[in-house]
Design a protein around this ligand. Structure first.
Ligand code: SF4
Ligand code: SF4
Length: 166
């Protein structure tokens, strides 16, 4: 989403890489790809492994990095399979909706869909809430909710490291 890319500079993200690496205990955060996207991804990135998931009664795929961990430590961190150490190698066309929408995601809280903003994104942590609200009101919230309604596989249970912003 270009509106988010305007706020996230490639330089900031290259220095951070927080959302492109996963501790074992935060694998639930890794992006979901839709069944209709997977064949093209497998063809374009033959060395990346995926695993099938089912969430909210809907099928999808996640990157499978299980064999990259060297210990049983839940805090051990490995790069996303699309991050070869210098950021994401995926083309803009191939990028999942979730990666494009980060650090926002639709979450289920108290039986309702809400939009969560990840508190760990160092760039968004410095943006004031009025600007974030106006970004959401300018169409981003609708885009997120519409996508989640059509593809409920992306809706995650609410976690404390997210701030509810819509
Ligand atoms: S957490 Fe935020 S600043 Fe860090 S890489 Fe992700 S989008 Fe960029
Ligand atoms: S697919 Fe790319 S943008 Fe998404 S988490 Fe992996 S490295 Fe980051």
């Amino acid at each position: 989403m270009s509106v988010l890319k305007d706020l996230l500079s490639p330089e900031d993200c290259a220095k951070c890489q927080f959302c492109c690496s996963f501790r074992r205990c935060s694998l639930w955060e890794s992006p979901v790809f839709l069944p209709e996207e997977i064949e093209k991804l497998k063809a374009n990135y033959p060395d990346v492994k995926f695993k099938k998931i089912n969430n909210n009664g809907c099928e999808g795929y996640m990157i499978d990095v299980d064999d990259q961990y060297k210990t049983d430590d839940s805090e051990e961190e490995v790069f996303c399979a699309f991050n070869k150490g210098k950021g994401c190698i995926m083309s803009k066309e191939d990028k999942s909706f979730e990666c494009s929408a980060w650090p926002f995601r639709v979450m289920k809280k108290d039986g309702k869909n809400v939009i969560g903003l990840c508190k760990d994104c160092r760039v968004f942590a410095k943006i004031d809430m009025d600007r974030i609200k106006s970004l959401l009101d300018s169409g981003l919230a609708k885009q997120l909710y519409d996508y989640a309604a059509k593809n409920p596989v992306v809706i995650r249970d609410y976690r404390e490291n997210y701030k509810v912003v819509s």
